[in-house]
Design a protein around this ligand. Sequence first.
Ligand code: MRU
Length: 340
Amino acid sequence: MESDLVRLKFETLRWTKGKLRLIDQRKLPQQFVYFDCDDHKKVAYAIKNLVVRGAPAIGVAAGYGMALAAKEYRDLKGESFFKKLKRASETLASTRPTAVNLFWALKRQEKLIESNLAETPSEIFKLLLQEALQIHEEDRQMCRAIGENGNKLIPKRATILTHCNAGALATGGIGTALGVIYTAVSKGKEVKVFADETRPVLQGARLTAWELRRQGIDTTLICDNMAGSLLASGAIDLVIVGADRIAKNLDFANKIGTYPLAVLANHHKVPLYVAAPSSTFDQSIPNGSKIVIEERDKSEVLQSGKGKINVRGLKVYNPAFDVTPASLVSAIITEKGIIP
Ligand code: MRU
């Protein structure tokens, strides 16, 4: 799996031997292990529990989840088969609410089912699998094109700040924000990356740091609260992040902490770029205020290093995403081009 010039050293998702094989991202960087899904409920579990995460990767996984559901129920007849598929789609849709790519992929599979109601369950399985492979391939190509388009915004020498993980681990290809970085480096540009650790789940420290170093990129890890003084120092040429959902007016949701980073970047006149495929755009939502923000378990915030914060009566607020208004964005990089 690679673009013309970018060679990836790992594969986040792969359909192999009738199963969906995922890198278990909960275990990185300490352990590199796979998590195999042989039914749709395991795919739903994997999405909900962050075995696989990142908006495009969630969409790709859900596409395969529907193929697995058809495989599981292929001995059923007509109506009961289609009822089970509908249930499976609902189960997958209930895993995480913010990334629109999940619903986009499920809708594609639902449409395919609806236009093939006369087919046998085995035939539907084949069609759903083909479509899942196609969704995966399209995601690879979109990442590649985002990389090429985004590269045009990267100077010959650049120090870039990123937040969360919008890399190969978050997509079916080379990544969106990190795909731009890989492409720029593959074309001979000198790129240094600062990665925000991204509390509370540490996608920056655990995943971005791991994949950038695995790909040989000059990477420095910072705590989230270090971004302000770093930007003030003038060390950062540009900020680039991914997105989980982009509303019609181009407000976007991304990992919690993106909004304050955008405010800081704006204050210091450092451009902020968002890299995302068309599957992340949601035209049905007029602006960012309508994006559903996932709230996750308090244990994520209470985990501190190896210990747990244990204070009686303490309340915890743990939104997984925030919304950044379009006015703070310099440009959105998509596979089709650059939206200023
Ligand atoms: O909770 P996560 O890890 O799924 O959140 C991921 C992000 O916020 C990414 O930045 C986003 O999905 C873009 S991935 C190309």
